[in-house]
Ligand binder design. Structure first.
Ligand SMILES: Nc1ncnc2c1ncn2[C@@H]1O[C@H](COP(=O)(O)OP(=O)(O)OP(=O)(O)O)[C@@H](O)[C@H]1O
Ligand SMILES: [Mg+2]
Length: 291
């Protein structure tokens, strides 16, 4: 029986409220095997042999044409994909070895979801690095739509006990190392869902079985759920969009991120000339045409 199932079973036995439906015959341990830290060889998406795991939904994503998600697939954007690889390297080589990364911004529409998808995608290109991308923005859950994946069961259902982790996670067919946990369908307030022992134990289990966890979350301090998610993360990456992010809001938001968790900013929709001028920030160069 795989480690993740054992962990889920333990959580259930401890009465933490995670609903677990453990099949008698299951061997999916390889799916959640931790990767060596130093491995940086990239696999082409879809090329590597996949371990079959009938217990997880494996679904092919259908990224709409012209999308800025995953710029190394379909309409390849060399400049953007290179910038995401730089971000990846900075994350992987960060001295604090962050595992759970929260992608946020000062306000709606700055590019949190695009950045979370692309950072998770870049991390998942590494050989043997299992990456879980979580849509933890219950109010603006656009992540699955952007990837052309069905939403359905997800984090909210895991937290309210209406499904198990293995029922909610989607394996992305084209990306051997990428797993997605949709936001799910919620009946109660997200803050109540997250202010629970189930969230605590779910984080512990996820940490144990994935090399990186990337969370798409609401804007900084906008809602109570934000704080509850931030409390569990190792690092915060703030997305700034020069033509969109309000300067005052942005400065206030940056001050609210605990210093020890602040990893840096992603400058989304940066002009090409800015990319040539500076190497100080994490930059996503989409070029002037994307403005
Ligand atoms: N670099 C980019 N180039 C072109 N379009 C972009 C870029 N980044 C984001 N967008 C577009 O801007 C819109 C908002 O992006 P996104 O959904 O990622 O923002 P968000 O911060 O997650 O918003 P929300 O707070 O509503 O969830 C989307 O239509 C997205 O396709
Ligand atoms: Mg979003």
């Amino acid at each position: 029986m795989s480690k993740v199932y054992e962990a889920l079973k333990r959580a259930q036995q401890q009465g933490l409220g995670i609903q677990v439906d453990i099949p008698g015959e299951l061997d999916g341990a390889e799916v959640f095997t931790a990767a060596p830290e130093a491995s940086v060889r990239e696999e082409s998406p879809g090329v590597a042999a996949r371990q079959e795991d009938p217990e997880l939904r494996t679904i092919a994503m259908v990224v709409p044409p012209g999308s800025v998600a995953l710029p190394w697939k379909g309409a390849v954007d060399l400049a953007a994909s290179e910038q995401y690889r730089i971000i990846r390297t900075r994350i992987v080589q960060h001295p604090k070895r962050p595992k759970m990364l929260l992608i946020t911004s000062a306000k709606s529409g700055d590019g949190k979801t695009v950045s979370a998808i692309n950072i998770a995608g870049a991390l998942a290109l590494r050989d043997n690095a299992n990456v879980l991308l979580i849509d933890a923005d219950f109010r603006h859950k656009g992540l699955c739509e952007m990837l052309g994946l069905p939403g359905g069961l997800g984090l909210a259902n895991l937290l309210d006990g209406s499904c198990a982790l293995q029922e909610a996670i989607i394996r992305v067919e084209q990306y051997p190392n990428l797993y997605v946990l949709p936001a799910g369908v919620r009946g109660i307030n997200p803050a109540e869902l997250l202010d629970s022992e189930v969230w605590d134990s779910a984080c512990a289990i996820i940490r144990e079985h994935f090399d990186f966890v990337v969370l798409d979350v609401p804007p900084i301090a906008s809602v109570a759920d934000y704080e509850l998610i931030q409390a569990k993360c190792d690092g915060v990456i703030v997305v700034i969009r020069p033509d969109h992010t309000d300067r005052t809001l942005c400065m206030r938001a940056l001050e609210l991120v605990p210093r020890e968790k602040m990893m840096g900013v992603v400058l989304n929709c940066a002009y090409q000339w800015f990319l040539c001028r500076t190497h100080e920030s994490y930059v996503y160069g989409q070029g002037a045409q994307a403005k």
